[in-house]
Ligand binder design. Structure first.
Ligand SMILES: NC(=O)c1ccc[n+]([C@@H]2O[C@H](COP(=O)([O-])OP(=O)(O)OC[C@H]3O[C@@H](n4cnc5c(N)ncnc54)[C@H](OP(=O)(O)O)[C@@H]3O)[C@@H](O)[C@H]2O)c1
Length: 370
């Protein structure tokens, strides 16, 4: 049985998450200030392995001790979701008119309490426990009129980031759930029809994924956690390799006359230099340098004066693909001592350039060379 402490779970996002975790068989400790709504919530969570409800205010130390005791009684915690939060006065005053006692109350609930809860339960957190601090886009966007709540969420975010750095044994997530049709949202937009905002259930699958799967600590938007990551393009770089007779002349041409900045230079066997050319690079190399790269990639000298070198995501896949298009491998794939996985091929006869190196960077800080 996994056990989670969710603060502020009598309604809104906290209750929606509690419902899903209960359905998945988690044990739950939940709280809220309003005892009646908390009791009603408990009725909806009958499928939980265990359910403990404790009425109280997260900003009060005695209440936090009760939560910690419940965590101990249930054998420790796999997750803490700091969800309970207050908006502050509504309509929200601008910062210069913000009553400071109200600001203090917002900070006590939204910033101090989440940390105080973690301090109270830290001895009960299992290794690899997940901590989710519910934040908001108002924590990173400077919306006028959102200075109290927004700055409290900004503080919560930075606190979460530091907690993550200080506690690599846990995963710490700070999560923007997105706009949701809840009591808090209605309070933020008094009198406005908020029926177009999605229900909090829409933000739950992303939170469950963070609690259950292998995500690194960090900031997330609940609704994009499960979106597939865009794949890196199969080809990500072009380097044109030119064999030159007079290295210094060529280096002057590209470096001094064209003003291309030098990315790397090497002088071991021969001379080589890699010039940045906007989104591509031009590499010049003397005959000795070309021969050395030929030796590594092909096993003997080939001596092409122009060679295309394409950075690829997966050299084996790219090689299969270009061979299907008529290219021929001159040698097996090799791991070079400059941190690349390379294969030299000859291009089909109908192309004006004959030589192709496919390279996959396997050690980003290796000695750079195509
Ligand atoms: N709704 C949105 O559009 C939106 C957008 C971005 C971020 N968020 C964040 O999402 C989280 C959930 O918001 P929500 O919209 O679901 O809010 P909600 O509907 O107002 O629910 C808040 C829950 O927290 C409880 N709570 C509030 N203050 C508490 C305290 N001091 N001690 C214990 N429990 C407390 C409330 O019960 P009691 O009042 O009875 O205590 C209630 O159960 C919050 O962190 C909020 O900042 C919401």
């Amino acid at each position: 049985m996994k056990t989670a402490l969710i603060t502020g779970a009598s309604r809104g996002l906290g209750l929606a998450l509690a419902r899903e975790l209960a359905a998945q068989g988690w044990g739950l400790i939940i709280d809220a200030r309003g005892e009646e709504a908390l009791h009603a919530a408990k009725q909806q969570l009958a499928s939980a392995a265990r359910i403990v409800t404790i009425g109280g205010d997260v900003s009060r130390p005695e209440h936090r001790q009760q939560l910690a005791q419940a965590a101990a009684d249930l054998g420790g915690l796999d997750a803490v979701i700091n969800n309970a939060s207050v908006l502050g006065p509504s309509p929200q005053p601008n910062l210069l008119d913000y009553p400071l006692d109200e600001l203090e109350a917002v900070y006590k609930t939204n910033v101090i309490a989440p940390l105080a809860i973690l301090q109270a339960v830290k001895a009960r957190l299992h290794p690899d426990a997940r901590i989710i601090n519910i934040s908001s886009d108002a924590g990173i966007e400077p919306y006028a009129g959102w200075g109290g709540y927004g700055s409290s969420k900004a503080a919560l975010e930075q606190m979460s980031a530091i907690l993550a750095a200080e506690n690599p044994q846990w995963r710490v997530f700070w999560v923007d759930p997105g706009d949701m049709r809840t009591e808090m949202h209605q309070a933020a937009f008094p009198g406005e029809d908020i029926s177009d905002r999605p229900l909090p259930e829409v933000s739950v699958p992303g939170l469950v994924a963070l609690l259950s799967d292998d995500y690194p600590s960090g900031r997330y938007r609940a609704r994009t956690v499960l979106e597939p990551k865009p794949e890196a393009p199969p080809v990500n770089g072009l380097n044109l390799v030119l064999q030159v007779q007079d290295f210094e002349d060529a280096a002057d041409f590209f470096g001094k006359h064209l003003n291309l900045p030098i990315q790397k230079e090497w002088h071991d066997t021969g001379h080589g230099a890699l010039f940045s050319a906007g989104q591509a690079t031009i590499e010049i190399a003397d005959a000795a340098q070309i021969a050395e790269v030929d030796r590594v990639e092909v096993g003997h000298a080939v001596n092409d004066s122009i060679r295309l070198a394409l950075g690829v995501r997966d050299v084996h896949q790219a090689s299969t693909d270009v061979q299907a298009g008529g290219a021929e491998a001159l040698h097996a794939v090799v791991d070079t001592d400059w941190g690349h996985r390379n294969q030299r091929l000859s291009l089909p006869d109908n192309l004006p350039v004959k030589a192709l190196t496919l390279f996959q960077v396997i050690e980003p800080n290796g000695k750079d060379q195509s």
